[in-house]
Each structure stands twice: as structure tokens, then as C-alpha cells.
Design a binder for this molecule. Structure first.
Ligand code: NAD
Length: 357
């Protein structure tokens, strides 16, 4: 059966970087059927909503989806439920993509671009698995209320259920099984929470430990409190292999780890649900309104998001390996956009990668 790939270019630099990603995809997997849909702010402008029912239905029936980026100052005053970001949150929720994979990988040619000393990041290869559809960002009740004494109170609710913890932990353990030999002292899965002060964190630790004993005792498991892990990531990041985190701590720790690798323009991500359901792929960066429309954006994060889609949703690890190697070789030969200290345009960087395919 023909595999289908839905492209949602979105706003700002989204269309520029996904154009290059599409060119790469069409070279390494020409038989895949690619189509495009409106999404984010541009969808709001055209249809009055950031995510139409039609695009959602097409996303559900695709094998993989690549989203560029959404948002920008022109939609700052749009009603909250119609904001571009709401389209993205809804898409993630509707697809139930609960496991967010965020690799923090340092290409050898870019080791000097890191804010840390070169020897700390050379060869860095971490995979962060962040829970994406529950936790404090979604827990009810939440809100802002005025109390009897006139003071206002804002509150959120951090909560997890057994099944929510187990399904994402399973993804992390399975990934660790395929990454034997990576990392140092903590070469298996590092599960992180604040079980010393949060009950949802305590349940997280208990359930991860239980699952480990039941099904994954061959994988090394360590528990590190999130504040301590934040320190470890800047002290000796190469000691870590796979990190398993909830939505809130995973959000913060994955952004911290991404800074170790050089530019935000290099970082892809995947959001996965149950096996057999479509995966949602996106660069970690946003719509970068400051450089949008100028041909300056680095397309590598979008190209590497295609690489992840080929590997995780489309069962084409050979094609994924080709893409990875092409980016690596192009960088080694000196191809650089402005964010990496060079002067190549978005298209020229795409050309440099394609030349290696
Ligand atoms: P941003 O990631 O868009 O930009 C941060 C900085 O990194 C900017 O200086 C930008 O020029 C640079 N940058 C980002 N991507 C780059 C690339 N590929 N190549 C070169 N440089 C790049 O974050 P921001 O400025 O905080 O947010 C801008 C808009 O994007 C906001 O509306 C925000 O809500 C939205 N946003 C969307 C997503 C998403 O769609 N998943 C994620 C983050 C932010």
C-alpha cells in the first residue's frame, strides 16, 4: 500500500524549511505520496481556525505528518482558542501522540558551536523521551480565581495515571534497548521527577520502577531528581543516554539539552502514539518571525525531522541513514547557514544536503 505523508508548512519560516525537507524526502523515498495542508495562523486567516476538520482527518489517515512551525506577532490578538498554537495542541491531543522524542545530538563539525567546552559535547548523543499529552499542562482543575479577600489565585494541577506513565516509560525502555553502549555512568534510562516534593512524581517513580522489574530488567535504570539532572546536563552531559521525563520537566530539560548542541536550527523532534498510528514530526524551533521570508533559516531541523519520520513511522531506516549521513557530510564540508556562522541561504543549504544524497 502507498505510504502517505502530510506536510503542514505553517507560518513564518515553516514554509521555507519544509520546502527543503520535501525535496529531500522526494529524493530518498520517491514512492511516498506527499500532500500539503493549511495549518496555524495561515489556516486561521483562510478558514477562521488554526486546524480545520479536513486537515485533521487527513492527518489521521496519513502515515506521518511534518509540521513546519506556527505562530507570529500578527496573531497575538486572536481569541485564545483560535491561536495558531492551539491548533498544534489540538493536533497532538487528537492524534494522542503521547511520547515526544527529542534527540540532542552534536554533529562533530558543530562541536565548537556549543556554549559548553568542546570536549564536553563532542560525540554527545542523548535521546529525551518526554510525556506530551498529560501532566500539569492539561490537569484539571486549573484557572485563575478571585478569593473572598479580593486576592487572586492561579492554580494548575499536576497529575498522572498509571497507564499514562507506563506507556511513555515503555517507549523510553524500548529505545534504550536499541542504544546499548551510548552514554557513560547513566548508560540506560534516567527517569526524572521531583518525587521528594510531588505526589505525582512519587507515583511516576513507583510505576517506572515496577515496569522496569516486570518487563525491562535488562535495561539499566537510574532515577535522578529533575533539579539534579538539570545540573548534570551542563556538567557532564555525555554521561547520559536516554532521559524519561514528564511533560513539564521534559519541556525544560529538552530545551536545556538542545543548547548543548549548537543551533536550534539543527534540532528535530517526533511525537509518537500507539504503534500503527501516525507520528507527528516537527523542528524544535518556532516560526522565527525575525528572519521569516529572508531565505536565512536553517532547514536542517526540518530535514532531520524527515529523517526521524523515515525511521520511526515509515519503516525506512536505510533512507533515514542516507539523510543523516548527507547532513553530516554537508556540515563536515563546511556548509553553514547564518545561525551556524556561515552565509548559505535556506535553499543553498538544502542543495548542499541534496548534493550528498
Ligand atoms: P523561534 O524558535 O521561532 O526563534 C528563536 C530564535 O532562533 C530567533 O532568533 C530565530 O531567528 C532563531 N531561529 C529559529 N529557528 C531557526 C532556524 N531554522 N534557522 C536559523 N535561526 C532560527 O522562537 P520564538 O522567537 O520564541 O517564537 C517565534 C514564534 O514561534 C512565536 O509565535 C512562538 O509562539 C512560535 N513557536 C512555535 C513553535 C512551534 O510551532 N512548535 C515552537 C516555538 C515557538
Amino acid at each position: 500500500m502507498t505510504q502517505t505523508f502530510l506536510l503542514l508548512p505553517g507560518d513564518g519560516i515553516g514554509p521555507e524549511v519544509t520546502r527543503e525537507a520535501r525535496r529531500v524526502l522526494e529524493i530518498v523515498a520517491p514512492d511516498i505520496e506527499v500532500s500539503e495542508g493549511d495549518f496555524g495562523g495561515m489556516s486561521f486567516d483562510l478558514h477562521g481556525t488554526p486546524l480545520t476538520d479536513d486537515v485533521l482527518a487527513r492527518a489521521r489517515s496519513s502515515d506521518a505528518i511534518l509540521m513546519g512551525a506556527v505562530g507570529g506577532p500578527q496573531w497575538a490578538n486572536v481569541p485564545r482558542d483560535k491561536r495558531p498554537e492551539m491548533g498544534l495542541l489540538r493536533l497532538r491531543k487528537e492524534l494522542d501522540v503521547y511520547a515526544n522524542l527529542r534527540p540532542a545530538f552534536c554533529f562533530p563539525a558543530l562541536a565548537e558551536a556549543s556554549s559548553l567546552k568542546t570536549h564536553l559535547v563532542e560525540g554527545l548523543d542523548i535521546m529525551i523521551v518526554r510525556e506530551l499529552t498529560s501532566g500539569v499542562y492539561f490537569g484539571q482543575p486549573k484557572g485563575i480565581e478571585t478569593m473572598a479577600n479580593g486576592e487572586r489565585r492561579g492554580f494548575d494541577n499536576a497529575q498522572y495515571t498509571t497507564s499514562e506513565i507506563r506507556r511513555v516509560a515503555k517507549v523510553a525502555f524500548e529505545i534504550a534497548r536499541g542504544r546499548v553502549g551510548k552514554g557513560g555512568v547513566y548508560g540506560g534510562v534516567v527517569s526524572t521527577e521531583k518525587s521528594n516534593v510531588m505526589d505525582s512524581g512519587l507515583l511516576w517513580r513507583e510505576e517506572v520502577t515496577k515496569l522496569h522489574v516486570e518487563e525491562f530488567s535488562d535495561v539499566k535504570l537510574d532515577h535522578i531528581l529533575s533539579d539534579a539532572l538539570a545540573m548534570l546536563l551542563v556538567k557532564s552531559p555525555k554521561d547520559v543516554n536516554v532521559i524519561l521525563a514528564d511533560n513539564l520537566f521534559g519541556d525544560i530539560l529538552s530545551d536545556e539539552a538542545s543548547q548543548l548542541t549548537g543551533s536550534i536550527g539543527m534540532l528535530p523532534s517526533a511525537a509518537l502514539g500507539e504503534p500503527g498510528t501516525p507520528g507527528l514530526y516537527e523542528p524544535v524551533h518556532g516560526s522565527a518571525p525575525d528572519i521569516a521570508g529572508q531565505g536565512k533559516a536553517n532547514p536542517c531541523a526540518a530535514i532531520l525531522s524527515v529523517e526521524m519520520a523515515l525511521r520511526w513511522s515509515l519503516d525506512r531506516s536505510d533512507a533515514a541513514d542516507r539523510v543523516w549521513k548527507a547532513v553530516d557530510t554537508a556540515l563536515t564540508k563546511g556548509a553553514r547557514t547564518a545561525d551556524l556562522g556561515g552565509s548559505l541561504s535556506t535553499t543553498a543549504m538544502g542543495d548542499a544536503v541534496i548534493a550528498e544524497l
